[in-house]
Design a protein around this ligand. Structure first.
Ligand code: ADE
Length: 243
């Protein structure tokens, strides 16, 4: 999996790139991340990457040429025959979810354009970008943190990046349910006990209990997730117990 990131502030990524799992995945060659400073692709001697908006108004707009040149450079790094997705991070994009992460994980090369300032010249959206993503309904200063969010969610779906691949399968959102509660030692902490069933060693009962807890949590916290998916027979049976 290769990620290219086009950004006005590559230094934003330093701590995250060095964080343990991401760093280990890069060292093991599971993921490759290349940062591209927008300024290096500005054609003029002042290396201008932004300018005033036509028609007036607040703030600055990222110019199209440095972005096109940076992305075109990234495309020269693509494996032959492979068409990378070119993703613009913007509050106007499709809201990023686990199922978008799963879809992106099937594409081995992603190019991220981090928006900044008041916006990005519209010709970038119209003629370059293949996907616009938002990480939620709020406005950040730039697309750098959203790009890290998306890369991290996608990277951990790459086999071998997270300890055991299976651990990404029964977690929140994969198959549309929130996660069951987790406990570790001690069995009693300040008088609060771990549910007996988890100490029973009865694998099938533990599995059913966890499935029930996932349904319960989802119903309490995110009921809309339940209406968006088809329930299995087991889930219908379990739900009857809690409704
Ligand atoms: N840039 C600024 N805010 C953003 C958001 N919520 N999602 C993606 N990109 C952004």
């Amino acid at each position: 999996m290769r990620f290219d990131v086009v950004t006005a502030v590559p230094e934003c990524f330093a701590g995250w790139l060095d964080s343990s799992i991401i760093q280990r995945a890069r060292a093991a060659g599971k993921i490759e991340i290349a940062l591209h400073a927008l300024r290096n692709f500005a054609p003029d001697k002042h290396r201008m990457i932004d300018d005033y908006p036509y028609g007036g108004g607040r703030g600055m707009v990222l110019k199209p040429e440095p972005i096109f040149r940076a992305v075109e450079y990234c495309l020269t790094q693509a494996r032959p025959g492979l068409k990378p997705e070119i993703i613009l991070l913007t509050p106007q994009g499709q809201v990023f979810t686990q199922s978008v992460a799963q879809e992106l994980a099937t594409c081995p090369h992603l190019i991220f354009i981090c928006g900044r300032y008041e916006g990005v010249d519209e010709r970038v959206r119209e003629h370059l970008v293949t996907w616009e993503l938002s990480i939620g309904d709020y406005v950040l200063i730039g697309g750098e943190i959203p790009a890290m969010v998306v890369m991290e969610a996608v990277a951990r779906l790459v086999p071998g990046v997270v300890g055991t691949y299976a651990s990404t399968e029964d977690e929140s959102f994969s198959n549309g349910l929130l996660e069951y509660p987790h406990y570790t030692r001690p069995a009693e902490f300040r008088g609060w006990k771990v549910p007996d069933i988890l100490l029973s060693g009865h694998h099938e009962r533990v599995r059913l209990w966890r499935h029930l807890q996932r349904l319960k949590r989802t119903l309490e916290r995110r009921p809309e997730l339940l209406t968006q998916r088809r329930l299995t027979r087991e889930e219908r049976r379990l739900l009857v117990r809690i409704l």
